[in-house]
Ligand binder design. Structure first.
Ligand SMILES: [Cu+2]
Length: 201
């Protein structure tokens, strides 16, 4: 009888300590600790609120390690975007990375802002390029040489999707913002290497 009582108590102790261990306070705040404590006082079988995984810094190139499953949501308003120069595009273009990083085999979402009267010579990318025009006019054409007479004017709301290694070119006559979605690793190769701003140092 006594042995049975002790073994039941030890089982309960193990359960309680397991629950408390699972409810360790989140590094970002202690609110769920309180929630856990009240749960363990009440019904032991109740699981506590899962500890939120630390949020990887969004809008940052160091967001998540390669192939990591997405663990949290990303919300970005236009004022959250951090615009930076794009060494692989002619001077004047800016990029804001929302999801990435572009260098890894993970989904990415970036915004590209092109100034007015801007040209991107013929180039290709190693992965599918999905472009959504958010503002301005994105004039895009297919082929090996930039020809402003052979482009389609894509206004805000337009979409273009290109397979990997599709030679294409772009020009603008007004400031234009597009969103790129794809899966990295991303890159840009100019048909004519002399067009590559990275070669023009
Ligand atoms: Cu492109």
């Amino acid at each position: 009888m006594l042995t049975k009582g002790i073994s039941i108590i030890s089982v309960l102790l193990v359960l309680a300590s397991t629950l408390l261990a699972a409810c360790a306070p989140a590094p970002t705040g202690g609110s769920n600790w309180l929630l856990c404590a009240s749960d363990s006082v009440g019904i032991l079988a109740f699981a506590c609120e899962p500890t939120p995984t630390p949020v990887p810094p969004p809008l940052s190139a160091a967001a998540a390690p390669a192939n990591a499953p997405m663990v949290t949501h990303i919300i970005a308003t236009p004022k959250d975007l951090k615009w930076a120069d794009v060494p692989s595009l002619p001077k004047g273009a800016k990029i804001a990375v929302i999801e990435g990083p572009l260098t890894e085999a993970v989904p990415f979402t970036v915004r590209i802002r092109l100034p007015a009267d801007f040209k991107v010579p013929a180039h290709w990318h190693p992965a599918i390029e999905r472009v959504t025009v958010l503002s301005g006019t994105f004039n895009v054409g297919m082929g090996d040489t930039l020809d402003t007479q052979k482009t389609t004017a894509l206004s805000a709301g337009s979409v273009i999707i290109m397979p990997p290694k599709t030679n294409h070119f772009v020009w603008t006559n007004e400031e234009t913002i597009v969103q790129l979605n794809g899966t990295g690793p991303w890159g840009i190769t100019y048909v004519n290497p002399a067009d590559d701003p990275r070669n023009q140092k």
